[in-house]
Each structure stands twice: as C-alpha cells, then as structure tokens.
Design a protein around this ligand. Sequence first.
Ligand code: 5GP
Length: 194
Amino acid sequence: MKQLQEKILADGKVLSDQVLKVDSFLNHQIDPVLMQAIGEEFASRFSNEGITKVLTLESSGIAPAMMTGLSMGVTAVFARKRKSLTLVDSLYTANVHSFTKNETNEISVSKDFIGPNDVVLVMDDFLANGQAALGLLDIVEQAGAALAGIGIVIEKGFQDGGKLLRNRGIRVESLARISSLENGTVKFLEEVAS
Ligand code: 5GP
C-alpha cells in the first residue's frame, strides 16, 4: 500500500536492525486518515470472505482493527493482556511472548464476543515472529470460529512469522512488507512505485 510505505519512509524511525518505531502515526499518536485508508484496504482485500468479526490484540492493533471493522460493517474485538476480574470464568485465554518487551502475557477474550458462528479476520499492527498472531489463532480455534485470514499493517519479512503462518496455509495480507532495516534504512519487498 503506497500511502503506508510513504508514511513509513517519512515518519518511521529505525531503532535497530530488528525494530521499527512508528509511534508518530500508528501505535502512540494515531493518524486517523491513514487508519481509515488502512481499514478500507483490508475491507477490499477480504471482501468475499463473509467476515463477521475482526479480532486483534491491545493496544496497537485496536486502531487498524476498528477502522477495518467500520469499513466491513462488523464489530472489532481486542484481546486483553490483563484479566478483567469480572470475567475470569468466561474467557478464552492464550499465552503470547512479546517480541518488543521480551515477556510473556496471558491474553484473553470474553466467550460472549466470539463463537462458532463467527468468521474471523485476525489483525495486528506488526508481524515479526508470529507469536501474537498464533495466540489470536488459538483463541479463534477455542471459540470454534472459522478463520478468514490475517491482516497485518507492517510485516517484517526478514523475521519468521509470515513464513510460519503461510506454511500453515493461512492467508496473510500485509499492507507493507519490509525486507530489511539494516544501516538505519527501511527497504520494502515491493518498492514504492514512483
Ligand atoms: P510477533 O508476535 O509477530 O513476534 O510480534 C508482533 C508484535 O510485536 C506486535 O503486536 C507488535 O506490537 C510488536 N512488534 C514487533 N515488531 C515490532 C517493531 O518493529 N516495532 C513495533 N513498534 N512493534 C513491533
């Protein structure tokens, strides 16, 4: 997605060969115009899948997931990283090891919000090693719901997550695929067309 690639080049900050900071438009300060375009792009790519629900992980997945839900006309659910005391008995839970924080969180989703009749689009802001996506897939499976695919805003193609998920036959759509962050420079798998 050209608009997103251009935003990454203009405002993204390469923190290391592994980590890209995009907190000026995606996961701290949020650019709503870009998020709307992202939502429309996912809605168009997954338009024939009969999706009934978008599922993401707090907090960085919420903005793109909500805009995608808006474009598709379906609700968005985010998995919580902390258990709500009022919900304990009625939760699906899974463990997710965080790439950026190097800690494992138990994530949870209320059984009220996903069920066997749902067709779910799993979404996240980044795809690195795939741990967050695998945790969300675990929850979709526990719910007995169908998986339409995975929508990722920024995939780091030099890490294993994309391969891991696609090798399982899962449809993964990423709006920007980064091939390298070496030497402080962002390179995309598909370069921005001029
Ligand atoms: P994974 O679970 O695929 O290893 O990592 C994805 C999760 O880690 C995402 O939810 C995202 O929040 C975080 N993450 C991974 N790589 C990056 C990165 O380069 N920059 C930022 N800001 N977050 C990342």
